[in-house]
Design a protein around this ligand. Structure first.
Ligand SMILES: NC(=O)c1ccc[n+]([C@@H]2O[C@H](COP(=O)([O-])OP(=O)(O)OC[C@H]3O[C@@H](n4cnc5c(N)ncnc54)[C@H](O)[C@@H]3O)[C@@H](O)[C@H]2O)c1
Length: 267
């Protein structure tokens, strides 16, 4: 599906990014794992190569535009083209200090936007000249359902993901006629090791009560299949779209879980 193509995955050393990087490689792409954690990135590359794929890890802190630009140059020097960019990296360590608006420190807001949103804007800007010269390219932004609904916590994170959705539509609008597609995936809960660690049983139950599929969260591979679909020719008529991969979390009325439990208790 991606033979002869080159895919960059930021934050490709872990979780959703890793699953995406490995899936692109399995489908024939040469993959650049651009991650701040170079040891973990090298481990992903070893895994890809041991399965017959081709990949390269490039240490990149996506908070630093110069490092993104250098990573894109390194990709071109190594592989000569760029067909896919997955803007996946985010600084999830900031979530612990990311509360509702009255508790939001502007510094946390800025750091969140720098890591989650400016990073995607800069990476997109860096790959666009190559993609425009090729007259083809696919960009997939990893957003979140948090950017599509209101909440009383994760204020900066949610706003950064909403901005990513807008970036998706702006890029599709600006460059779609020139062969560039830009779409986003908005996961709900994804069962990465880090996400699972922080999930006490009552919280799992809340997700389960609101999930419209048997599982309460997605495996990273279930997000990766949507990422590679959106990047592939199979999605040639999809542009500027945000696709939720959330087990139906945002598909039902907000009263659902509470109503079900009230009815259970009333029986
Ligand atoms: N896990 C979930 O439940 C979930 C839900 C919705 C959206 N998402 C989004 O999916 C994306 C991936 O999340 P994940 O759960 O797989 O996380 P993860 O922690 O498993 O992986 C994140 C990767 O990004 C890298 N990274 C962090 N800061 C970086 C930086 N400054 N520069 C470069 N790389 C950096 C980390 O080293 C790590 O390899 C994020 O954008 C996140 O917001 C995750």
């Amino acid at each position: 599906m991606f033979d002869e193509q080159v895919a960059i995955v930021t934050g490709g050393a872990s979780g959703i990014g890793r699953a995406g990087a490995e899936r692109f490689a399995g489908l024939g792409a040469r993959v650049v794992v651009a991650d701040i954690n170079i040891e973990a990135g090298e481990e992903v590359v070893r895994h890809i190569v041991s399965n017959g794929g081709d990949a390269k890890a490039v240490r990149t802190d996506v908070r630093e535009p110069d490092q993104i630009s250098a990573m894109v140059d390194e990709t071109l020097a190594a592989f000569g083209r760029i067909d896919v960019l997955v803007n996946n990296a985010a600084d999830l360590s900031l979530l612990a200090q990311d509360d509702h608006l009255l508790n939001t420190d502007p510094d946390i807001w800025e750091k969140t936007f720098r890591a989650n949103q400016l990073s995607a804007m800069v990476a997109t800007k860096c790959v666009l000249p190559t993609m425009l010269a090729q007259r083809s390219g696919a960009i997939v932004n990893i957003s979140s359902v948090d950017g599509m609904s209101g909440d009383d916590t994760r204020f900066a994170y949610s706003m950064s993901k909403a901005a990513l959705n807008q970036l998706t539509m702006m890029v599709a609008t600006g460059y779609g006629k020139q062969g560039i597609r830009c779409n986003a995936v908005a996961p709900g809960l994804v069962l990465t090791p880090a996400a699972e660690d922080g999930l006490p049983p009552p919280v799992r139950q809340v997700f389960d009560d609101n999930s419209l599929v048997p599982a309460f969260g997605a495996e990273p591979s279930e997000v990766a299949t949507v990422i590679t679909f959106l990047a592939s020719e199979d999605a040639s008529f999809i542009n500027g779209e945000v696709i939720r991969v959330d087990g139906g979390l945002l598909s039902h009325v907000s009263l659902l879980a509470g109503m079900r439990s009230a009815l259970r208790e009333g029986r």
